[in-house]
Structures are given as structure tokens and as C-alpha cells.
Design a protein around this ligand. Structure first.
Ligand code: GLY
Ligand code: MN
Ligand code: MN
Length: 381
């Protein structure tokens, strides 16, 4: 593993502060070799030549120009020599630096590079115990922030979507997050029926619910939580019934997580569960109606460094121990005469982050600090 880093000179440190230097790059990142990034173009040309002559493939995802030796705008020889002498570094091999100019011009006949990203994504999809520990902290911090914000809203200290959004981000940051993991949705009343509502600038009205989809980025890992809370702290009868229906689907979907199933399979099952729940509430619907017009998104996705992590890993694949996924069924009742009018304009989504565990073990919910059951919400101290 060779890491290319910026070697900051004293005057640069004075303006911009210190950056990871070669010693720390080795100890922190465990690299075999550290080089100034000014040497990258030359190094890369040599690497391509070596791979071509030994008929080995190059795996690469990056802009096309990276392949063209024009990567660094400066003369690689001058820049590399300057950086090496400034850092007091010894190049990896004695003649290497002197040969840079020749290598940079070297003509190679590489096969086209092979895509790398999907291989990395396969590796990223299964988290190590250390990653899961960080994600557990991320989920716990974000969940606690949800509880704080629910309390503040119930106590009438947050009277707009804007204030609620700000309060949540404050809660994430006060617990060590760098900020929001993504642009949050804070959707009061009928705004909850707009899936990607991000204006977050309307008043919160007593008697309505608010759908919140937010999470902090902690130690580089995203949390992704959705909750739907009554703004007053107490659900109306219609809100309560619809909420419990979605909650039943969400909890049953979490129970069904196993290494014998896939996100897609869980999704299709959750549609049937939702149809059953809605029929009990008087909706005259089929699975098709539900998936087309009431619950029109996927049950979940992989989660990690990105909120929609490892998107090239198929959701049809069987889950594996150590994967972290979201489970987020929702229902969004538009003002449509097909739906019972008492539920019109209510939108509900409930989303947790869950670790897939070994066969026979219950999966592990990382975001249970965010009040979720009706009792947890209404009885929050
Ligand atoms: N917050 C984006 C999602 O739930 O997928
Ligand atoms: Mn979400
Ligand atoms: Mn999500």
C-alpha cells in the first residue's frame, strides 16, 4: 500500500494548519510506503509499465485524464524533487527519482483498466467489528438527539420545521458528529406525503404529525433514522392507528432479517404486510395499489460510510453477517377519494439501522434510542 499525501511546508502550515505527515501516514494508516503527491504521475506511469510488461491488470476508477500522464499540472520531476528534499525523504529506490522524466514519457500498452469500485463495494458491504462499534455510537448519538428534539417540540420550544431541523443537527454535533449525514427531511402535516421534502421551513401545527428523516455522520459513518412524531406529544386516533400499522410492518420486517433472505425479499414481504395492515384500517387495496400509490419506495438499503452505501451491491443478494441495513417502511396518504378520508394528508415512515447477525441471533438495532413505540413517544419523560 502506497499512500500519496500532501507534504506541507512551514509557510503552508502557518496558513492552513498541519496535515498528516509521512510518519503519521505510516502509523495511522499502516501504509508500506508514503510519497508526496507530486510524485504520483511518475509513479503511476511506472506502475502501468510494470503491469503491462508482466501482463497484469490495472483496476482503476477515476477520471480518464488520470491515465494520460497529465495528472499533475506541474513538471513531475521538479515538483517531486522539491518535495523530497523539503521533507528530507529518501525515495523508495536510489535511481527512482532520477529516472522520473524518462518514466513519465514511457510508452506503455496496457489493456484498458478494469473497474475497481464494485470490488471495493463488496468489501465495504460487510462491516468489521470495529466499524460496527463506530456505527453503534453513530446510531446511539443520533437516536439520543431525536429524543431530545421530541421533548423540546412537545414542550413547545420548537415551533417550525426549521427550528426542529436546527435542533436535531445541534444534537448530532453536540454528541460528536460532524453534522448531518445527508440533507434532512423535516416534514410537518401534509408535507410528509412529499418523499423528498427538504424545504423544512413551515410552521409546526398542533394536532399534526411531523415526519423526520435525519441522522448524524459520526466517525465518518452515517446514521439514517426516520420517525413520525405527534407535534403536541399525543397522537390523534387516526394518526395512532396508521402509525401502529406502519410500526407493525417495521417491527416484523426487523424480526425477519436473516442471512437467509435479501433486502428485496424483505421488501416484497413488507408490501404484503402493509396491505394487510391497511385493509384492517378500511383501505380497499391490493399489493399493487399499496406499492404504487401508498408505500412507493424500497424497504431499505445498505448503510455505512455513505447513507446509500455500496449501491452496486445488489439488494437481491442474500444478507451476510456484519452487513448494516436500514428498515424503513412508510405510508403516505394523499387526498384521494380511494383512501379513507380520516387518514388523508398523513405521512408516516419509521426507519432504523440494523446489523445483520449470525444465524439464530436476533439482529441488532443501532438506533433504538430514538423513541419509536407509541408509549415511548407519548410517555417520554
Ligand atoms: N434518508 C434517506 C433514506 O432514508 O434513504
Ligand atoms: Mn432516511
Ligand atoms: Mn434510509
Amino acid at each position: 500500500m502506497t499512500l500519496f499525501i500532501e507534504y506541507r511546508a512551514a509557510h503552508e502550515i502557518r496558513w492552513s494548519g498541519p496535515a498528516t505527515g509521512p510518519d503519521a501516514a505510516r502509523t495511522v494508516f499502516g501504509t508500506d510506503t508514503v510519497m508526496p503527491n507530486t510524485q504520483f504521475a511518475a509513479y503511476f506511469d511506472q506502475l502501468k509499465a510494470d503491469l503491462a510488461s508482466s501482463h497484469r491488470p490495472l483496476y482503476l476508477d477515476s477520471p480518464a485524464e488520470l491515465l494520460s500522464s497529465q495528472y499533475h499540472p506541474l513538471s513531475p520531476v521538479a515538483a517531486a524533487a522539491a518535495a523530497v528534499s523539503e521533507a528530507g525523504m529518501t525515495p523508495p529506490s536510489g535511481s527512482w527519482s532520477a529516472g522520473l522524466a524518462k518514466l513519465t514519457r514511457a510508452k506503455t500498452s496496457n489493456a484498458p483498466p478494469r473497474p475497481l469500485s464494485h470490488l471495493i463495494q463488496q468489501l465495504r458491504a460487510v462491516k468489521s467489528p470495529a466499524e460496527i462499534a463506530v456505527m453503534a455510537r453513530s446510531g446511539a448519538n443520533s437516536g439520543a438527539a431525536f429524543a431530545d428534539s421530541l421533548r423540546a417540540m412537545r414542550d413547545r420550544n420548537l415551533v417550525s420545521e426549521h427550528m426542529l431541523s436546527a435542533h436535531l443537527e445541534f444534537g448530532f454535533r453536540m454528541r460528536g458528529s460532524k453534522g448531518n449525514a445527508y440533507v434532512p427531511v423535516v416534514a410537518g402535516g401534509p408535507n410528509a406525503c412529499i418523499l423528498h421534502y427538504v424545504n423544512n421551513d413551515m410552521p409546526l401545527r398542533q394536532g399534526e404529525t411531523v415526519l423526520i428523516d435525519a441522522g448524524g455522520q459520526y466517525g465518518h459513518y452515517a446514521s439514517d433514522i426516520s420517525r413520525t412524531y405527534p407535534i403536541s406529544g399525543k397522537f390523534s386516533p387516526a394518526q395512532r392507528e396508521l402509525y401502529q400499522a406502519v410500526l407493525n410492518v417495521q417491527q416484523e420486517s426487523i424480526r425477519l432479517i436473516s442471512t437467509n433472505t435479501s433486502l428485496d425479499h424483505l421488501h416484497y414481504h413488507s408490501i404484503s404486510l402493509m396491505t394487510e395492515e391497511l385493509r384492517k384500517l378500511g383501505f380497499d387495496v391490493t399489493d399493487t395499489d399499496v406499492s404504487r400509490d401508498l408505500y412507493f419506495h424500497h424497504l431499505g438499503h445498505y448503510l455505512g460510510l455513505d447513507v446509500h452505501d455500496t449501491p452496486t451491491v445488489s439488494r437481491a443478494r442474500k444478507l451476510r453477517e456484519g452487513m448494516v441495513i436500514t428498515i424503513e417502511p412508510g405510508v403516505y396518504v394523499s387526498r384521494d377519494p380511494r383512501w379513507p378520508s380520516r387518514f388523508h394528508n398523513i405521512g408516516i415512515r419509521i426507519e432504523d439501522n440494523v446489523v445483520v447477525t449470525a444465524p439464530g441471533e436476533a439482529s441488532r438495532v443501532l438506533t433504538s434510542g430514538a423513541p419509536k413505540t407509541i408509549d415511548e413517544i407519548e410517555q417520554l419523560p
